[in-house]
Design a protein around this ligand. Sequence first.
Ligand SMILES: Cc1ncc(C[n+]2csc(CCOP(=O)(O)OP(=O)(O)O)c2C)c(N)n1
Length: 320
Amino acid sequence: MSQMAKPFFRTVYDVPREEYFAPGHGLCAGCTAGTIVKLLLKVAGPNTIVVNATGCVEVSTTPYPYTSWEVPWIHVAFENTAAVASGIESAIRVMKAKGRLDPSKQINVIALAGDGGTYDIGLQALSGMLERGHKVMYVLYDNEAYMNTGIQRSGSTPEFAWTTTTPVGSVLRGKVQQKKPISDIVAAHKIPYVATANPGYFADMMTKFKKGLETNGPSFVHVIQPCTTGWKFDPRYGIVLSRLATETGIWINWELENEQFRVTVPVPRRKPVRDYIKMQGRFSHLTDQDIEEIQKIVDQEADRINKMVGRTVIGPVVEQ
Ligand SMILES: Cc1ncc(C[n+]2csc(CCOP(=O)(O)OP(=O)(O)O)c2C)c(N)n1
């Protein structure tokens, strides 16, 4: 138990009933971003301001004149999410200091962006926000490509994945480069709270949102977000695929809290990475040898994490 995040949420009965993310939005059937945002707002509650970069969540939840947001929400340019969130947080601080706002009132400021808006174009604003120490929780929903504009590769797209800008043919076989280690880059800023999360482990994810919001300074929660359209899987399997990401070790749920590193979802017996790959059309061109290569990289990362923790938290692959 000492390895676990303090579990504010253990079962569905701990999840608040109130909704601040209204139904009727236009996200794809089976889109796990809807699940992430719905649960995020349940944790944050009504005293929350959301700063949302351009992307799937933004376009699909605010077709004029409708909105799914039952909290104050601002759409910002692709590149400046963290800068706008920093400004809002500073304004709240000044208004409290000048007596224009009750100093005891807790107002959550959440920056919300996809991988394109974080790994690539929003990285400079994000780094500035972290370095200045703003009390903002940045939530990255990572569907591993620029999905809203038609599935273009991002710095997050994994090696071998098909996208419209990393096609599969006689010259290229999907993306050439590996995924950028964004959470490690964020952690290098030495902020008080960094975590990775997965909507398939909703209690762990919600606990991390709560811890992030309670952090006295910047916090960053990086959430994997399987995308039925871009990853090409049957919409009914969004949560199954989310869980497989962690069960295979390709996505490890961890947190770094005041320099203390913990794996919050240990995986004593890993499933082979093939189980995750085979469910997705974006990897349908992969050979057994390619899958072996990915398996080796996942094994190496598991070793690195186990060494960091000082014991085996991500176990060996066991065919089940
Ligand atoms: C400066 C700038 N460049 C390009 C665009 C076009 N654009 C809008 S949304 C988007 C993709 C967003 O991708 P991501 O951040 O991964 O979010 P997702 O759509 O996958 O949710 C792009 C390229 C833009 N709005 N602004």
